[in-house]
Design a protein. Structure first.
Length: 113
């Protein structure tokens, strides 16, 4: 995920979509990944991430306690609020929508577009 951009891929995209991949890296790595991806967006482009996510820390703890017998402790789950300020500092405007008890969608766009 943090490797060089493959030469075979186009230079820019209208949209970049990721599902159920970005809960594995640590938050700082996720910010770097999204920041790098944003540089590949065409004007008006956006990044859409659907993943295991929680709007608030309390929701994360509830899910962990409710699913303790099937909870994957190796996953790096977090609350959306933890990422918002870091992504905004990286120049991304974003919105978050909780779509299930443990799933959310982030839409990110560069602030300058």
């Amino acid at each position: 995920m943090l490797a060089d951009w493959p030469e075979a891929l186009p230079d820019s995209f209208d949209a970049i979509v990721s599902t159920y991949v970005l809960h594995e890296p640590f938050l700082r790595q996720i910010v770097v990944i999204l920041e790098r991806a944003a540089k590949r967006l065409a004007r008006g482009g956006k990044i859409v991430v659907g993943d295991i996510a929680f709007e608030a820390e309390g929701m994360l703890e509830q899910a962990r306690q409710h699913g303790h017998n099937i909870w994957d402790d190796d996953g790096q789950y977090g609350a959306a609020g933890q990422a918002v300020s870091m992504l905004e500092q990286a120049g991304l405007a974003l919105s978050y929508t909780q779509v299930s008890a443990c799933g959310g969608i982030v839409v990110a766009k560069p602030n300058s577009r």
